[in-house]
Design a protein around this ligand. Sequence first.
Ligand code: ZN
Length: 334
Amino acid sequence: MKNSIVSLSLALRATLDMHSLNNEGGEGNQIQTRMVDIIDHNGQMHNVNAISGDMLKHVLMEHFYRQARDQKLPLCQSCQSFNTNRINADKAFMARAESEKISDATFLDQMLQTCAIDDVAGVLVTEKRSLPRKSISEFGWVLGLPDSVSTGSYFHAKYASERSAEKRAEDADGQKSGANLGQSIFHRPASSGVYAIVCHIELARIGYNDIKQTYAIDENERQLRATVLLESLLRTFLELNGAMRSTQLPHLVALEGVLTTSTSTQPAPLISPLMGGGEDHQTYREQTKQIVNALNGAEGERVHVETFDTVGDFATQMRAVIDATTPAAWVAGR
Ligand SMILES: [Zn+2]
């Protein structure tokens, strides 16, 4: 029998070497990496390397998109080409909604039926109306553990094979128009370290119309979307897409953490894996277990917790969850 899961949380520590997943863009020939200020468990301020949650959400949705096409899940015209404007850029859908003057509640029903990506990734409808669809997946910033991350800047060169006087003059002309055809040098950052990741998935909201408080799609379609979403979540950490992967594919060296699931309205607890600092691998996991016990009380297990110490264990546990999960359904009029 499958477990009817309302929500799932992941708190991870990932060791990544020589990645550039977080580049902010360049100044001249110097590319900037992203640094943020955080407070550690002792109240000390640290400036650490970080990757925004948008990046992980984007990676998740890339994996979701590929599988959605494979599994023939419905996608709006816009999401069929992975356009991030989502339903807003589906001209036919928007024109029909406009001409038929449908209500926000009906719009939401039709959108959820038309597109699995708008359903799980959320969207702010801005065309002719202002209607938010809250995302089912949530990611926090990926934060370097204080004293466990470092960023270096590395010299690179783009070599031109033909260096005759004529060719150099021609390239110099091109430079004026921004063609950048000549030989050039640039600096590119790469970071290595242990990163804290938090993620939360609200499976019970798959296909849920928040205005009507009912589901817009049937049970089979909800199951399909839930399975694809969880499968994409697993792949997100096994194949980290992001900036500069063509030459700076990240080395995933280690992954440890804690996974919680809830089969009731109790939240699936989520504690930052920053807790305790780099040397302490247990406090955030022990605290999570303690919260799970407190939430369950004497009522039996409604919240479940698993911990893992390797990438392989993480994959095995996620597989078990994927195979045993059905998305919980809210009772009408909750
Ligand atoms: Zn869409």
